[in-house]
Design a protein around this ligand. Structure first.
Ligand code: SF4
Length: 420
């Protein structure tokens, strides 16, 4: 096998193994090439992510190796799994990145890895790749490095100097889940690097305010990922963990990866049980509410309601459970409450608050501001206009509330929504 074919084979194995990591947004495309066509989106491990300034960039997403000394039950690369193994050399990853970049296939690199020998042995190679790209090739594209739990602080500092963003996977939301499915791993080996990175990022931002030139330290921040549905955690536990990491570790993003059954193991859900995609979506929506809409985890779910409703998004779900807080007076309510109206987003809430000072707003105005009025109109009051809507929603929602179960209520709401 010649060198090109060998690298090509490694690329197929290690890009495929990297697809389970969702700490960057993947295109998920599987378009194949055609005889007269150009390119394909399925094989080369190219995915998309967002930079510090919100640009969408395409990344080469690969593992350095899928060899691993650990045996995490949920992982396709675990040492006891009988899969084809491969490992890139440092130079191979550097050359692939530069070649793909020159051909305009990618704008950056997302590099993760199984653990070769120990955490530092692997981390040192990841750092060496980023170092070579930045210093020898003057590569200015985006680099995301996955840090290896248990890696030393010195290597983390060096990684943060070259990479735009870093992530440490939390793997499982709770310690109980980790003990069950990845007993060789310690929670503290994940927390320590997160804490170290948090402090470095804070220091970097502070110094940047004072000095013109400061050595970079993961300027696009740190993120983490949790696997959902491999252990028995409920959504309340998951969003509380996410909330904790946003508040205490300055996470840029927490990613939720629905467990993909790849292995038979009595500790795991059976092979034909797939986490519904909608559960991941609902978790991302709840996450969004906590980060941008001012909701606390305990408001979205509580011990009497530990799972997110798969039929209704969490914002509408909260509104339906808190109808006494509605209708919201669009002309006078505080911004925080306007933001809680289903169908009103952050941008439109800001527009409402700034424009209501100069005029009496109507449903038409809200529509022009981008409000989903088919949903919002049940929850708002214009003071001078549309009094019939208030009458309607009071009556209907009271009925919904008194109709018994939560699901029955949603069905009724769906019927109400379809009437307008
Ligand atoms: S340490 Fe990472 S790569 Fe290795 S088995 Fe566990 S999850 Fe998989």
């Amino acid at each position: 096998m010649n060198n090109f074919a060998r690298v090509q084979e490694k690329l197929e194995i290690l890009a495929d193994a990297a697809k389970y990591d969702v700490s960057c947004s993947s295109s998920g495309g599987n378009r194949k090439n055609t005889p007269s066509g150009l390119g394909n989106s399925s094989k080369t491990g190219i995915c998309h992510s967002y930079t510090e300034d919100g640009r969408c960039v395409s990344l080469l997403k690969i593992l350095l190796t899928n060899h691993c000394i650990y045996d995490c039950a949920y992982c396709v690369s675990r040492k006891s799994n009988d899969v084809k193994r491969a490992a890139f050399t440092v130079d191979e990853v550097v050359d692939l990145t530069i070649n793909f970049y020159r051909r305009n296939y990618i704008e950056g690199l997302f590099l993760s890895s199984g653990i070769f020998k120990d955490a530092d042995f692997t981390m040192e190679r990841l750092v060496r790749i980023a170092n070579k790209l930045r210093t020898e090739h003057r590569f200015n594209g985006y680099i995301h490095l996955k840090t290896i739990p248990g890696a030393s602080p010195e290597l983390l500092d060096e990684a943060a100097l070259y990479a735009d963003s870093l992530s440490v996977n939390l793997e499982l939301p709770t310690e109980t889940g980790l003990k069950l499915l990845a007993p060789e791993k310690k929670r503290e080996d994940m927390i320590k690097p997160m804490d170290h990175l948090k402090n470095g990022i804070i220091k970097y931002k502070e110094e940047k305010k004072i000095f013109r030139k400061v050595p970079k330290f993961a300027p696009a921040g740190q993120s983490t990922q949790m696997i959902i549905g491999a252990a028995q955690e409920n959504d309340l536990q998951i969003i509380k963990v996410a909330d904790h990491f946003y508040k205490n570790y300055k996470m840029k993003r927490v990613y939720y990866s629905g467990y993909v059954p790849v292995l038979e193991d009595s500790r795991l859900p059976s092979l034909n049980t797939q986490v519904p995609m909608v559960r991941e979506n609902r978790l991302y929506q709840a996450d969004w509410l906590m980060r941008f809409y001012g909701y606390e985890a305990n408001e979205i779910l509580d011990s009497s309601l530990p799972f997110l409703d798969l039929e209704v998004d969490p914002k509408l779900g909260w509104a339906l459970r808190n109808l006494d807080k509605f209708p919201v007076q669009i002309q006078a309510a505080p911004y925080e409450m306007i933001l809680r109206v289903p169908g009103i987003g952050v941008k439109s809430a800001k527009k409402i608050v700034s424009s209501r000072r100069f005029q009496q707003l109507s449903l038409e105005h809200l529509k022009k501001m981008g409000v989903a009025t088919n949903r919002a109109r049940f929850f708002i009051d214009f003071t001078f206009g549309n009094p019939y809507l208030n009458q309607l929603h009071k009556t209907h929602f009271r009925k919904i509330l008194l109709s018994g179960t939560h699901t029955k209520g949603q069905q009724l709401l769906q019927t109400q929504l379809s009437l307008f």
